[in-house]
Design a protein around this ligand. Structure first.
Ligand SMILES: NC(=O)C1=CN([C@@H]2O[C@H](COP(=O)(O)OP(=O)(O)OC[C@H]3O[C@@H](n4cnc5c(N)ncnc54)[C@H](OP(=O)(O)O)[C@@H]3O)[C@@H](O)[C@H]2O)C=CC1
Ligand SMILES: N[C@@H](CC=O)C(=O)O
Length: 449
């Protein structure tokens, strides 16, 4: 009779030990460093200070000119126990477990992150340029050194499109991605839609910390195309050369385009698109006309929106704030917690793919001309010559005749065909500015078979 009792006691002891072990494991402290104490880095410190996550200890802050940073109001969110340094070796040679990189750019960040991963430190980064150009190699380096590389914040700021795609959509065959991937451009264009001036709104976006260090990255499309490449890697399993993706600036969009877009029941947004086309990927980034009935048109301010189209699951929409310190810090801290809790993202093989910039789409063409008889005939003739069919011609009264903007919309045509027609049109003597040519998005967002 006594045997089972002994067994029970032994089992209890084993159970107690394993609980104790788990408790010890749970209590592991992850030492964390933040590189870069700017908009995002200081917000990370604030989010960490506000929530005091168990097992996370902020131990280092690295930045240049550290006295200036320590004097900043956000420094109060950094615990007294953390050390401040302007020497990167202090961090890279320390016993830090996880480095949060919020500086940006390729050089020297690639070198520093390589050093961190090679010594088994995990890295959480918001650096979309680095991940777009070097993400595949850095991920391999992390895996080789049993470290983690997480970059949820590099695409769409606070919208968890990367973790959701990695954990929730890898079972589908995604064939198409489209949407708004740059908060600064969305902020600018949605404010212009409400009548504000391009230059003034860009300044507001910079002051609020939404824009990149060089805002050309935002307005000229380089930031969005880096994000598109990252998404193409995880959703389409395609490695793309960011430089091969055609980008168009939003700087040429003016108030008159919003007036004409409104007459067409549309608005204008910077759109990023990538679609599987056999062994290549069609991709581009630029301002486009979006029907007012499309949810994309309802994105205002820093909102981003990504639509993925899967063969089996159909369309999935992600939306939220794509720029700003706090939303981005949420993505970073979530990555930090996932790394500390041992989360292993799904990692399917990827293939290098060529980029094609050819899209079949209706076009919005805005011309600025010195008015004279025969202009419409000359332009429509040039379009007809390459087989492009016109859908509408819009000319509002009241503009000066010596600098007259008017619009032609076309039926769906290929990018190369419209470009050929525009090269011919640009030679006409009445053309004052390079014509603005924008794709018009249609509601044809179905997954391919
Ligand atoms: N802002 C946003 O909404 C988002 C930003 N990101 C990404 O996050 C990263 C940081 O962006 P953000 O916080 O806006 O940028 P900030 O310019 O506000 O912050 C960058 C910080 O890094 C410091 N820094 C820059 N270069 C160096 C260097 N060589 N050595 C040491 N310190 C340096 C800067 O110091 P100093 O003050 O002296 O310039 C600054 O404190 C970028 O990769 C960006 O693309 C991602 C998503 C959203
Ligand atoms: N400058 C970027 C910041 C986030 O990635 C943007 O405006 O989207």
């Amino acid at each position: 009779m006594s045997k089972p009792a002994v067994k029970k006691t032994a089992a209890k002891t084993v159970a107690k030990k394993s609980v104790a072990k788990k408790t010890v494991a749970k209590e592991k402290i992850f030492r964390v460093a933040i590189l870069g104490f700017g908009t995002v880095g200081s917000s990370v410190a604030q989010v960490l200070a506000a929530q005091k996550f168990p097992g996370i200890e902020l131990t280092w802050i690295y930045n240049r000119d550290i006295d200036r940073k320590r004097a900043h109001a956000a420094a109060k969110f950094v615990p007294d126990t953390a050390k401040w340094t302007e020497n990167i070796d202090d961090v890279l040679n320390s016993r830090v477990d996880i480095i949060i990189e919020t500086i940006g750019g390729l050089d020297p960040m690639e070198k520093w992150i390589r050093r961190a991963l090679s010594s088994g430190k995990s890295v959480v980064t918001a650096n979309k340029q680095l991940i777009a150009y070097r993400g595949a190699a850095l991920t391999r380096l992390a895996q080789k050194n049993k470290a983690s590389l997480a970059y949820n914040a590099a695409v769409a700021g606070g919208v968890p499109v990367i973790p959701a795609t990695l954990q929730g959509l890898q079972g589908d065959r995604i064939t198409r991605l489209s949407g708004i991937l740059n908060g600064t451009c969305n902020f600018i264009l949605s404010h212009m839609e409400a009548g504000e001036d391009y230059g003034e709104v860009l300044e507001k976006a910079q002051a609020a910390g939404y824009a990149e260090a060089n805002p050309s990255a935002d307005v000229d499309g380089y930031d969005a195309r880096a994000k598109l490449c990252i998404l193409a890697r995880i959703a389409l399993h395609a490695e793309l050369d960011p430089d091969a993706i055609p980008t168009q600036t939003i700087a040429q969009v003016s108030a008159v385009d919003f007036h004409y877009a409104q007459e067409l029941n549309c608005t204008i947004r910077q759109i990023s698109r990538a679609e599987v086309d056999g062994r290549q990927i069609r991709a581009c980034v630029g301002p486009m006309l979006v029907p007012s009935t499309s949810p994309i048109a309802w994105s205002h301010g820093t909102q981003n929106m990504v639509v993925t189209s899967g063969k089996f699951g159909g369309d999935v929409v992600f939306s939220g704030h794509g720029a700003g310190g706090h939303p981005t810090a949420v993505a970073i801290v979530s990555d930090l917690l996932a790394v500390a809790h041992g989360g292993i993202p799904v990692s399917l093989p990827t293939k290098k793919r060529q980029v094609a910039g050819e899209f079949l789409a209706p076009r919005y063409l805005r011309f600025v001309v010195a008015d004279e008889p025969g202009i419409v005939g000359a332009i429509t003739g040039a379009l007809g010559k390459v087989g492009i069919n016109i859908d509408s011609i819009l000319q509002r009264p009241g503009y000066p005749k010596d600098c007259l903007p008017f619009v032609i919309t076309t039926e769906a045509c290929l990018t190369s065909t419209i470009e050929k027609a525009l090269r011919a049109i640009q030679k006409f003597s009445f053309i004052l500015d390079a014509p603005l040519c924008l794709q018009i998005l249609t509601v044809d967002d179905k997954a391919e078979d």
